[in-house]
Design a protein. Structure first.
Length: 305
């Protein structure tokens, strides 16, 4: 990583040059004071302030990328340092009263440096607000990504509930129908047992693509759990939802999926069910959907002779 001096050598060299010029001007125009005339409180106050300003400058240059805001901060701190540096030189060098430029060197850089420093801090503040907004956005995206299924590109159960609550509220406001369809793959555990979980994962991925191809653009497909999928159907009544459930069940039955290891064709079957929202909340509607699926999976009673 480049050192601080390599990255900001021009700024630091300019500050060193200005400090040396100030020292040379004072030495050329004045005389050194005897130690007995030194005021240690002023030396510590003015010299310590100049030293602290250098520390601030180093921290700014070390922690910030190069750019306009960094330049404002560095230039402002440099002028403040120069003002305190010249003020501290007066404690060691006596300047004749007839010379007035030393007062300008002490006083003029300070307000200009503070103005530049304030301008830089103002823009730094706006930078931090922008960064905070970006971090908040990234955190929100991260939270939303956690709502998506890791195996398929679908929303998971929590994402389904979130979207279902919003869709139910919208359907009530606009007085539109809203339905759900559930698709449950039959004997999926046998696929995992006979061909392995990796093949089972591939089946779920292929099934996801098949279901998406048979849905409308406004429909939302989510993976509820395991081999169970739910389709949210906005502006859809009970009859249309039942028809779509039958179409999805037929599409699964006609899926020609072959195993990756031996190329065996898997005969897939699915059980589907549908419900239309009445006065439900998200939880009760999903409960009714699961009850409808359980009823659909029950074997029909044999007819007695």
């Amino acid at each position: 990583m480049p050192s601080l001096f390599k990255l900001h050598r021009l700024k630091l060299a300019g500050l060193l040059l200005a400090a040396n010029l100030g020292l040379l001007l004072h030495l050329a125009a004045g005389d050194l004071k005897p130690a007995a005339q030194w005021v240690w409180l002023d030396i510590l106050g003015e010299g310590g302030s100049a030293l602290l300003c250098l520390v601030w400058l180093g921290l700014v240059l070390k922690s910030r990328p190069a750019g306009r805001v960094t330049n404002f901060l560095a230039l402002g701190l440099g002028l403040v340092f120069f003002s305190w540096w010249v003020d501290a030189l007066d404690e060691f060098i006596q300047i004749p009263d007839a010379i007035g430029w030393d007062n300008w060197l002490e006083s003029a850089p300070m307000p200009l440096g503070l103005i530049l420093l304030t301008f830089g801090l103002y823009h730094w503040h706006h930078e931090q607000l922008a960064i905070s907004a970006q971090m908040e956005k990234r955190e929100r995206l991260f939270r939303e990504h956690r709502l998506f299924d890791k195996l398929t590109p679908l929303g998971a159960a929590d994402y389904l509930r979130l979207q279902l609550e919003q869709s139910l509220a919208l359907a009530r406001d606009e007085q539109q129908a809203l339905s759900l369809v559930i698709v449950d793959l039959d004997d999926f555990s046998a696929i995992n047992r006979l061909y392995g979980h990796a093949e089972g994962d591939r089946v779920l991925q292929v099934l996801t693509q098949l279901l998406l191809l048979n849905l409308r653009r406004q429909d939302l497909l989510c993976r509820l759990a395991g081999d169970r999928f739910v389709v949210l159907l906005p502006n859809t009544g009970e009859r249309q939802a039942r028809q779509l459930a039958e179409e999805l069940q037929a599409a699964v039955a006609h899926l020609a999926h072959k195993t990756s290891q031996h190329g065996e064709r898997l005969q897939l079957r699915a059980t589907t069910a549908s419900v239309m929202a009445l006065q439900d909340d998200a939880q009760s509607l999903l409960q009714r959907l699961n009850l409808a699926l359980a009823k659909a999976k029950q074997p029909p009673y044999a007819c007695s002779a």
